[in-house]
Design a binder for this molecule. Structure first.
Ligand code: NDP
Ligand code: GDR
Length: 360
């Protein structure tokens, strides 16, 4: 994490013990944020959903699963009474709402569930804060998906929104409700418009991890080919560990606001695949167009990547590139890890896991 001088508007480093709720601790960001807060001396209440097979592999991989200051709490974001009880029993000072149905592709198949969790869920927490303790600081995990069919390049806090998926629409509702509670009730409710951020802890349904895990499996002879959808989409990809630091900084600021966190660099899906292939020891050449496009390993002539239209989305977000200047200026936040470093880190982690025969 790179910082540009200590921002004067930030509260001093935590001196007295604070406590925070992190919804979605079983997800990528929840795990990294819990680790960051524990390192800062917080007591953390990390929420997970009751399922027949809860999986804590991420916090286990980070080595914080048995931390004495980490409390794992069963919780569902769609249940208001569950939110109220969570606020009451934890006595938390800060709430980071990271829980969501976060997969854009699935949101087209499950628009109502997505609306209930990703949209209304945030309002359950805002209401719980208003009822139980309006002094609690709230962070909402907003997203660059809200820009959708982009209206300006690069995107900033003032770029008009045009979401292109049920997920993006649900997140936009939660984003505006966060601002509305800030303005209507004076809640300290911050919204981070975060561009794609990835890591070895990313879920395998998302593009980057699907690519790095598949290439590792191909390298080890456990998979023949990687099938993908739209290779032309452009994303601004950063490293998740650095982005959770930005979330924390938003809640230490003097006033609640909205901030973009991004790298200000955009690449195509195709470029990311080439980069990951290189990290796995391949050199891809691309041939054909649209659904006939393939990625061929130049030295061996073997086809490693092909397009399968089943991974196309009904509506696509073509180009995301964010300008994080406001976060740099006011929070002292800036990304440090390059996409090449991130990609290398993810491929290496997936090679290691697959060699051990164990990869979530
Ligand atoms: P993940 O999909 O990895 O994690 C989502 C978390 O939400 C999981 O812990 C999941 O639990 C939990 N969850 C889902 N539904 C519910 C529910 N009904 N009640 C309680 N918990 C629930 O997402 P990320 O960590 O990548 O992202 C964190 C947040 O940031 C999300 O809100 C996402 O939409 C947003 N975001 C992410 C970006 C990114 O690039 N990663 C960019 C911008 C925003 P379970 O394990 O049980 O499914
Ligand atoms: P995104 O991430 O939709 O940007 O949402 P994802 O990694 O799913 O897709 C990125 C781009 O890659 C294209 N793509 C594919 N995507 C997936 N998942 N699988 C494929 O096989 C595939 N082939 C091509 C997609 O069409 C898309 O253009 C992520 C999530 O973390 C959201 O929760 C978050 O809000 C946004 O990032 C910012």
């Amino acid at each position: 994490m790179q910082t540009f001088g200590a921002s004067r508007s930030l509260r001093k480093e935590v001196s007295v013990s604070k406590s925070a709720i992190v919804t979605g601790i079983t997800g990528q960001d929840g795990a990294y944020l819990a680790q960051l807060l524990l390192d800062k001396g917080y007591t953390v209440f990390g929420t997970y959903r009751r399922t027949s097979s809860v999986n804590f592999w991420r916090i286990e991989e980070l080595g914080i699963a048995g931390h004495p200051d980490l409390n794992l709490v069963e919780y569902d974001l769609t249940d208001l009474s569950s939110s109220i009880r969570l606020l009451q029993s934890s006595g938390a000072d800060e709430v980071y709402n990271l829980a969501a149905q976060s997969f854009v592709g699935v949101s087209f198949e499950q628009p109502l569930t997505t609306a209930e969790i990703t949209g209304l869920g945030a309002v359950n927490l805002l209401e719980a804060i208003r009822i139980v303790n309006p002094a609690v600081r709230f962070y909402q995990a907003s997203t660059s998906e809200m820009f959708g069919k982009v209206q300006a390049i690069p995107q900033t806090e003032t770029t008009p929104f045009y979401p292109r998926s049920p997920y993006g629409v649900a997140k936009l509702y939660a984003h505006w409700m966060t601002i509305n509670y800030r303005e209507s009730y004076g809640l300290f409710a911050a919204s981070g418009i975060l561009f794609n951020h990835e890591s070895p802890l990313r879920g395998k349904e998302f593009l980057t991890r699907k690519v790095t895990d598949s290439l590792a499996r191909i390298r080890l002879g456990r998979q023949d080919v990687l099938e993908l959808g739209n290779l032309d989409a452009r994303r601004d990809w950063g490293f998740a560990r650095e982005y959770v630091e930005g979330m924390w900084r938003m809640l230490q600021a003097e006033k609640a606001d909205t901030y973009v966190l991004a790298t200000h660099r955009t690449e195509t899906v195709r470029d990311f695949v080439s980069m990951a292939a290189r990290a796995a020891g391949y050199e891809l050449a691309w041939e054909g167009r649209d659904e006939n496009e393939v990625g061929i390993d130049r030295p061996s002539g073997r086809t490693l990547v092909r397009v399968n239209p089943k991974f196309y989305r009904p509506a696509e977000v073509d180009l995301l590139i964010g300008n994080p200047e406001k976060a740099r200026r006011e929070l002292g936040w800036a990304p440090a890890t390059t996409l090449e470093q991130l990609c290398q880190m993810m491929v290496e982690a997936d090679l290691r896991r697959n060699e051990r025969g164990f990869s979530f």
